[in-house]
Write a protein that binds this ligand. Structure first.
Ligand code: ZN
Length: 335
């Protein structure tokens, strides 16, 4: 069965020294301190150790083959978004990362599909890069769950949503710059607590501001099975009903109405939770997604789903049907 992983990260094996080039900031660079491993450095600060499966497209194809998976949708690592920088520098970083992904997709069109990163700190500039990304083969974009603390409900993003809809570019929303991060650095809480909340923040912002209502053809996918949105939808719906004066300011439609109007990936690490989510959201809108190659990812590439004894149609939807619709690609593209 065709398997498409909609949520994977990749980066080039070398990055320019942007801090030196631009004269400020803690842009990410790599320290290849031993063969096959590199330290991601934020200025002088160690961020994360990565292995060659973070940058080597051939090695990745082989690792995926072990789990009978042919296709990886690739995007950058959120720490590289660099939305905090001056917009012209975020644009340069984005162009560099996008050119790298475009090259991999061109060399391995049956194995890789690209999502571009954009200078979201300047929307006119972001739209120019979106248009360029479309021309060089990208199927969509990946953006953060907030942009320098600004929610995705903000009106300044409206022209971008319109452009994505017009160009048929799908949008993956990935949690980053997690709320409360500085108050809970210990125990990896930004990743374990902050990320699911961030994704919920993004979904609620897009629903309550009416963005999903205004752009019905826009294809959003939210990482990590939509974070805590579906598990806490009862509370969110009740809040909408009991305090419309606080919640229904810009859109008077109940949040549950928007189930099945966006995609989520399958990264729950929990078959019981995935089964519950399937009672709310059709498998036509749940796409295999793993967060490979990072340790918090589903690194057996959906094996837990294959062991759930799902109906064949549900399994096919999760493994490829849902992804193909989100990417707007025919199945024959990968045969
Ligand atoms: Zn991820």
């Amino acid at each position: 069965m065709l398997k498409i992983d909609t949520h994977t990260h990749i980066m080039p094996d070398h990055l320019p020294n942007w801090s030196k080039e631009f004269g400020y900031g803690k842009f990410i660079h790599l320290d290849h301190h031993r063969s096959g491993f590199a330290r991601m450095m934020q200025g002088d600060q160690f961020f994360r150790e990565i292995e060659s499966n973070c940058w080597d497209p051939i090695l990745r194809i082989d690792e995926y083959a072990k789990y009978n998976t042919q296709v990886q949708v690739v995007c950058t690592i959120p720490v590289l978004f660099s939305y905090w920088a001056k917009p012209e520098h975020t644009r340069k970083v984005s162009e560099f990362l996008n050119d790298h992904i475009a090259m991999i997709v061109e060399e391995h069109p049956k194995n890789y599909v690209g999502l571009a990163t954009l200078p979201m700190n300047d929307i006119p500039m972001a739209i120019i890069e979106l248009e360029r990304a479309k021309k060089i083969g990208f199927r969509g974009i990946q953006i953060g769950s907030n942009i320098n603390g600004v929610n995705l409900s903000d009106e300044k993003f409206l022209p971008l949503w319109k452009a994505c809809e017009d160009l048929s570019m799908c949008v993956m929303v990935h949690p980053w710059e997690m709320m409360g991060e500085n108050d809970m650095k210990k125990y990896w809480l930004p990743w374990l607590v902050g990320m699911p909340a961030e994704t919920t923040r993004a979904i609620c912002s897009l629903i309550f501001s009416g963005v999903i209502e205004k752009f019905p053809k826009l294809r959003f996918l939210f990482a990590h099975a939509g974070g805590s949105f579906i598990p806490t939808l009862g509370r969110i719906e009740h809040g909408f009903n009991c305090r419309p004066d606080l919640v229904a300011l810009d859109n008077n439609v109940a949040p549950s109405h928007y189930l099945n109007k966006f995609w989520i990936d399958s990264a729950t690490h929990d078959s019981d939770l995935l089964r519950y989510i399937m009672t709310k959201q059709s498998t036509k809108k749940i796409a295999l997604g793993t967060d490979y190659p990072f340790p918090l990812g589903d690194l057996h590439i959906g094996q837990f789903i294959e062991e759930m004894q799902l109906e064949q149609s549900d399994l096919e939807n999760i493994m490829h049907g849902s992804a193909l619709e989100w990417l707007d690609l025919p199945k024959s593209f990968f045969s």
